[in-house]
Design a protein around this ligand. Structure first.
Ligand SMILES: [Zn+2]
Length: 79
């Protein structure tokens, strides 16, 4: 599956990391969906190069829900 999807950018620069480097991004991302369709991005912090993750509850806001739906469709297609 291609890991690029249109809502991704709004999540990759908005994650927690203890290094506190400014303008860090989540890189080398893998995208997962859990049973309740929440989105999990796993990758590395561009600031300190350690493993970082962003967990996105798709109930959080409509854009997240849309993104979750999009990923689900992409995963279905790749089967
Ligand atoms: Zn970091």
């Amino acid at each position: 599956m291609g890991e690029a999807w249109e809502h991704r950018d709004m999540f990759i620069d908005n994650f927690f990391c203890t290094c506190g480097v400014e303008n860090r991004k989540l890189i080398d991302i893998k995208v997962y969906l859990n049973d309740i369709n929440d989105i999990i991005l796993r990758g590395n912090c561009s600031g300190c190069r350690t493993i970082a993750a962003r967990y996105i509850e798709t109930g959080e806001n409509p854009e997240s829900a849309k993104a979750g739906k999009r990923i689900r469709e992409m995963k279905k297609k790749s089967r």
